[in-house]
Design a binder for this molecule. Structure first.
Ligand SMILES: Nc1nc2c(ncn2[C@@H]2O[C@H](COP(=O)(O)OP(=O)(O)OP(=O)(O)O)[C@@H](O)[C@H]2O)c(=O)[nH]1
Ligand SMILES: [Mg+2]
Length: 297
């Protein structure tokens, strides 16, 4: 951005979700244009695995817009219906970061993990974000290097071998493929170009989807935001400056939700009823996954 550009007054919010160890945080870095999300080592006991959500705002990739990237916590690592409070709090934080709702959701899946086929991503996404969410989702297949090793073409994988046809159809066949193993971001220019084409098509069609859950949390966040803005706005503050201030206040609010216990607790309290319903369904889905996974191994 050059110094004569006006301050960004709009924000584009992208949310990433997927099963564990599929390269979700690697993709978050590619989209953010910086290595800011910790990458998990390939061992399953890694300390850098994403346990709580993270967010990062890039202010340069899109002209005059902030690009917010939210790396969601795992939605699959649940124990049972009574002891998921930590996971619920983590999801509450994620929902608050991405409020008033994502412009697009990236559903990350690996080309090289048969277990992925057992995840009913369609059900998980619609359970958490509502039935409209898939209309603004893009499937991202990682690990295409593993296909190359096995001499399988990407087209053959996507059209014939991949078991996620119903998910792809529900997303109007919006998908991207990537070998996200390298953190040299200059290697991912083609991916970014293709991602921007898909995102632009989405943004031309509609804005963001709404849900009761997002409405509930957004109301509370705006209430806090208004208080903070009152102290900053002057009678001669221009509309553009107001927009930029609002973005800055929201960014600070997201940081505060992470670091101020009281704010995190009140966010969780606001979302609790929604989350309890969501987790009831998620727990059932995870139980089904484990049954099928055991049966198929
Ligand atoms: N071969 C290969 N490895 C990849 C690819 N993408 C990511 N990895 C590797 O997979 C491991 C996990 O990557 P992450 O991006 O942390 O995956 P994640 O889904 O965020 O993992 P969790 O947060 O633990 O669920 C790292 O060692 C990455 O280097 C890929 O496309 N191909
Ligand atoms: Mg991760």
């Amino acid at each position: 951005m050059s110094s004569i550009d006006p301050p960004a007054a709009a924000e584009i919010r992208l949310l990433l979700i997927g099963p564990p160890k599929v390269g979700q945080s690697s993709i978050a870095n590619v989209l953010a244009g910086r290595n800011v999300f910790p990458i998990a080592a390939s061992s399953s006991s890694s300390k850098t695995a994403t346990k709580s959500p993270r967010h990062y705002t890039n202010k340069t990739i899109l002209s005059n817009k902030h690009l917010l990237i939210v790396d969601a916590p795992p939605l699959f690592v649940l124990k049972n219906s009574t002891s998921n409070e930590a996971e619920m709090k983590s999801l509450a934080e994620c929902i608050a970061y991405i409020s008033p709702g994502p412009h697009a959701i990236f559903l990350i899946l690996s080309c090289d993990d048969k277990k992925n086929d057992l995840f009913d991503m369609e059900k998980i996404v619609t359970t958490v974000f509502g039935s409209e969410a898939l209309k603004q989702s893009i499937v991202v297949f990682t690990n295409i290097d593993r296909l190359t090793e096995k001499n399988i073409s990407v087209e053959d994988f996507i059209n014939n071998q991949c078991k996620q046809q119903s998910l792809l159809d529900a997303c109007d066949r919006r998908y991207l493929t990537i070998d996200s193993s390298t953190n040299d971001l200059t290697k991912h220019e083609t991916f970014i170009k293709q991602a921007l084409i898909l995102l632009n098509n989405l943004w031309e069609k509609q804005t963001i989807f709404k849900s009761d859950m997002f409405n509930t949390i957004e109301k509370e966040l705006q209430h806090i935001e208004q208080h903070r803005l009152q102290d900053l706005l002057k009678p001669d503050t221009s509309i553009v400056e107001q927009g930029a201030m609002k973005l800055a206040v929201r960014e600070q609010l997201r940081d505060d939700i992470h670091s101020h216990r009281e704010l995190a607790d009140s966010t969780f309290f606001t979302l609790q009823t929604h989350l309890q319903t969501i987790f009831k369904s998620l727990v059932q889905e995870v139980a089904r996954y484990f049954e099928e996974n055991i049966a198929s191994s």
